[in-house]
Write a protein that binds this ligand. Structure first.
Ligand code: AVI
Length: 311
């Protein structure tokens, strides 16, 4: 259930998305209860390789990653979710001072922390319910150089270039003297990418289309659900998958007394999922002061976890 402020922000963002050309909206609006459930299903799809590839890397190399983090570290996970991926690190971390998962969804974060606490009874877990991309105060103090960050899932790929720099700048400050372990999805055969974002079962399509369905449920958006289809393709020059909602015909959407015309073939751009090379991402991170450290990739070279030493 959205608070009044969150609903007002969603309405304002959707009005502005529908008024501009080309039309685009933040992918953060995918993640209501239904959208989050669909994303969990995506992570299990045979075509969607990132989740299982990253998990396999964590399971295989967790000890080396924990060694980079060092003993007595305070571990901060950005956008923590279900807390599945941190476990292989916790299994190897030496005397972690605390684990601070940061996530915007309070109920989910607290439930995930309760489950983690059952399996790691000696770990000090200090959750922070916050949008980690905005200014936030960590609930724990620590000596300089003892904070390390973990940002898995290649969620950085959904950030615009300015958001990437702002996140890395914030992390460089917060983790000063420590480091950041980050998951990135690598540039690869476009056919593999196409399949991952156009799965045969249609779950990604449902995830994308849920954005309009959510706007209907929460904001009273009037539109014909049959009037839009899922469109996802690799934009090679920009090295990103783009997801759009494509209007099948000329139609008019109504939102809060405003009418918005769509021509046939016109789209609402809903997500970019940027793919990086290891060197390309290390260059971006260097602008925020991070020095390149060890890199772990799978045998296909599809996904990478990078250790970045904070300034
Ligand atoms: C959350 N994020 C890393 C996913 C991605 O692959 O960009 C979101 C997603 N969109 C479609 N499928 C998965």
């Amino acid at each position: 259930m959205l608070t009044l402020g969150a609903r007002t922000a969603f309405a304002a963002d959707l009005h502005s998305a529908l008024s501009q050309r080309p039309r685009s909206i933040s992918p953060k609006y995918f993640y209501d209860e239904i959208g989050s459930g669909l994303f969990e299903q995506i992570c299990e799809l045979p075509e969607y390789y990132p989740t299982r590839t990253e998990l396999a890397l964590l399971n295989r190399h967790g000890a080396e990653m924990a060694e980079c983090m060092g003993p007595g570290a305070q571990l901060i996970e950005y956008g923590a979710g279900a807390l599945r991926k941190v476990r292989p690190l916790l299994d190897h971390l030496v005397r972690p001072q605390a684990f601070v998962p940061v996530d915007i969804s309070g109920p989910h974060l607290l439930a995930a922390c309760a489950a983690l606490a059952r399996d790691y009874p000696h770990l000090h877990i200090a959750p922070l319910v916050a949008d980690f991309t905005q200014a936030h105060e960590l609930p724990t103090r620590t000596a300089p150089g003892r904070r390390v960050g973990f940002f898995p899932g290649s969620s950085i790929g959904n950030f615009a270039p300015a958001e990437v720099q702002s996140f890395l700048g914030m992390a460089a400050q917060e983790l000063r003297g420590g480091g950041l372990l980050i998951g990135i999805d690598l540039i690869k055969d476009p056919a593999v990418l196409h399949a991952a974002y156009n799965d045969a079962a249609g779950v990604t399509a449902a995830f994308n289309l849920n954005l309009l369905a959510r706007a209907r449920r929460e904001l009273g958006l009037q539109f014909d659900p049959e009037g839009f289809i899922h469109s996802a393709f690799y934009n090679a020059p920009l090295q990103r998958i783009e997801m759009h909602l494509l209007s099948r015909r000329a139609q008019v959407l109504h939102l809060g007394g405003e009418a918005y015309e769509f021509a046939a073939g016109e789209t609402l751009h809903t997500e970019n999922s940027c793919k990086y090379s290891v060197a390309g991402f290390q260059t971006v991170a260097a602008r925020a002061g991070f020095a390149a450290g060890p890199v772990w990739t799978d045998e296909n070279g599809w996904f990478a976890l990078l250790w970045l030493q904070a300034p």
